[in-house]
Design a protein around this ligand. Structure first.
Ligand SMILES: C[S@@+](CC[C@H](N)C(=O)[O-])C[C@H]1O[C@@H](n2cnc3c(N)ncnc32)[C@H](O)[C@@H]1O
Length: 208
């Protein structure tokens, strides 16, 4: 990875450790040779930089980054992950799109990221049936219905040999929310997915 990309990603606001990011980079480098990579939950661009840097080095397919950029439930005013710097006083809403765009520009990755501003399930319904994605990274809404919907809508679009990744897979209920872990464990039990490992809280499956 270029130093400039690592620096930009580590300085960006977000919820991913550098080692999880580097794992995403490795996976995207390989998977983007099979097809475009897609993330749900772009936020301020941290995971997008790691993924898109892998796509850039692969030289074939870009990253599509889906986010409505209005923030998840826990990022709203009064909630534990609210960040006042991301609150647009004019519209009185959270808006992470300007920060996302700044991060991608700073990392020199404008040609390798296609931002898709919308609600993930609605975007999926416009997608068609094609099983063409090299990698899907699920890091959008963290409620059980959100994670289940993203898994249900997008996992079927991963091509053979491609990766399905979940963030915030936390096996110990004392240490964090359980929705990504529950859906990850469900997927892991299905015979089309091979378990590749849990890297900190990044759960990785590969499509057989
Ligand atoms: C935990 S943050 C993503 C963090 C990011 N991947 C990073 O590297 O820091 C979750 C993001 O998902 C977005 N989101 C939540 N539900 C969504 C939905 N149904 N469709 C699209 N985006 C959604 C929120 O706006 C928020 O930006």
């Amino acid at each position: 990875m270029r130093d400039e990309a690592v620096r930009t990603a580590t300085e960006a606001k977000g919820f991913l450790s550098e080692s999880e990011g580097r794992k995403l980079f490795d996976l995207a480098l390989e998977a983007s040779l099979l097809g475009p990579c897609l993330e749900i939950g772009g936020y301020c661009g941290k995971s997008a930089v790691f993924l898109a840097e892998g796509c850039r080095l692969g030289g074939r397919n870009p990253l599509l980054s889906i986010d409505h950029h209005r923030g998840s439930a826990e990022q709203q005013p009064g909630e534990p992950y609210f960040d006042p710097e991301l609150f647009d006083a004019g519209t009185r809403t959270v808006n992470t799109l300007p920060e996302f765009q700044r991060t991608i520009r700073r990392a020199g990755l404008l040609d390798w990221v296609i931002p898709v501003v919308g609600e993930s399930v609605r975007v999926s319904r416009c997608w068609g049936e094609s099983r063409s994605l090299g990698l899907v990274f699920i890091d959008g809404g963290h409620g059980i219905l959100d994670v289940l919907a993203d898994f249900g809508e997008w996992s079927g679009r991963v091509c053979t040999g491609g990766y399905l990744c979940f963030h915030d897979v936390i096996p110990d209920p004392e240490k964090g929310g359980q929705s990504p872990n529950r859906v990850f464990e469900h997927a892991r039990g299905l015979e089309i997915w091979k378990y590749e490992g849990l890297f900190e809280t990044l759960g990785v499956l590969r499509r057989l």
